[in-house]
Each structure stands twice: as structure tokens, then as C-alpha cells.
Design a protein around this ligand. Sequence first.
Ligand code: ADP
Length: 238
Amino acid sequence: MMAEALERAEQRRVALIGDVAHELRTPLATIAGYVEGILDGVVETDEATWALVLDEVNRLRRLTDDLQQLSRVESRQITLAPTPVDPAHLIEAAVTRLTPQFTAKNIELYVNIEPRLPPVWADSDRILQVLINLFGNALQYTPDGGRVVIGAENAGEVIRFLVQDSGIGIAAEHLPHLFERFYRVDKSRTRATGGAGIGLTICKGIVAMHGGQIWATSAGLGCGATFYFTLPLYEHHE
Ligand code: ADP
């Protein structure tokens, strides 16, 4: 058994290195393409070119930031600063942050918070990051004219947060894998928009550090998706 477990860990490690190399390759190849074109005199050295190069550099920067955070979360190097947090405040903060982008994309936004929710035991910065990530995904995977709901409700011993969208949806076979490192449903599509499939893995790690759970449901392709996560009540935790 021990040997098998080691073998699996080794396989995951090798797969991880392969994934990281794969993620680095595309932006580096693009940057090299521009620079070579400039050196050969076939690409103009104007502002537009440098802006495109900068896009790729920023993509690499986001990737390395995400990788660093992923490794910190997975090795539990992050220390939480938990306080009693009002779930409504968290949601309002996420809404404030992303409303301009929803407006620009003409997506209807509904906030649905059960009144008088008790405070949760949470590091508010980290949980805000989780909410913004789910909220940002809903924005990204919902076409213009769609609809997104963000909310929270009491679910017994925990508060359950939800982000529901009317977007492209997720086929059943992908649902169990969404939270795995580098998992993307459609590799080519998400490549263009910059995601490496790490965001949800980081979310899962942060929620797990709080003792909560995170999961997704979808009625299938074209039917939208709903992401849920739970957090413990402060009064139960202390
Ligand atoms: P990415 O940075 O690629 O968005 P995530 O870890 O945030 O990575 O998400 C992993 C994959 O899950 C995405 O590539 C996408 O295929 C799928 N996904 C996430 N959120 C949604 C959503 N709201 N609707 C449809 N698919 C989604």
C-alpha cells in the first residue's frame, strides 16, 4: 500500500511539472515570436506591439502568482486571521468589486441574501478572494444578456454561499474534476481568456482551511452552473 501511495504521489508530481511547463510554453513562444519579428524587421516596434508583449508578460505574472499561492495553500503555509464576519458584508464587497464588469457585459445581477444571517468564522480577505473568483468565473462563462445570482443562506450549522449563472454550463463528466489543479473543461477556449485552471483549486484549499466544503452543480451544457461553498458559524467554532 505504502509503495502504491508513493507511486501515485510521484505520478502527480511528474504531471504537475508537465502542466507547469505546458502553461509557460504558450506565452513564452508568443513573446519570442514578437521579439524575433522585431529583430527581423517584419514586426513594427510601435505601441501596439509592446502592448501585446506586455499582455503575455502579465499572463506569465498571473500564472506565477497563482502557482505560488497554490503551493502555499496546498502546503498549508497560509495562516488564517479569522474573525466574526457578516456574510452579507462579504457578498456586498464582491458585488461592489465586480458590478462595473457585469454592467459592461449587460449581465443582470441579483443579490439574494437571507436576512439576519449570523456571523461566520472566516478570514475575510481570503473568503472575499474565493467569492470574487467564483463571481468572476460566472461573469466569464456567461454570455452577454445573461443572469447571475450571488447569495447566502443559513444551512443548519453552516452558512452556504452560492454563485449561480445562466451561462455555458458544465457537462456532468467534468463536474467532479473542476477543483483539480490545471483542470479546464475546454483547454483551447480558456487559453484565450488567460485562465490556467488553478483558481478553483486555490478556492477549494482556502475553503478547506476554514473547515468548509465547495462544490458545483449544473444541469448540463448550456444550462448554467451553480457553485456553492460553506463556512462554519462563528458561535460554533469558538
Ligand atoms: P480558469 O482560470 O481556467 O477559469 P478555474 O479553476 O477557475 O480556472 O476553473 C476551472 C474550469 O472550470 C474552467 O476552465 C472552466 O472550464 C470551468 N468553469 C469554472 N467556472 C465555470 C462556470 N461558472 N461555468 C462554466 N464552466 C466553469
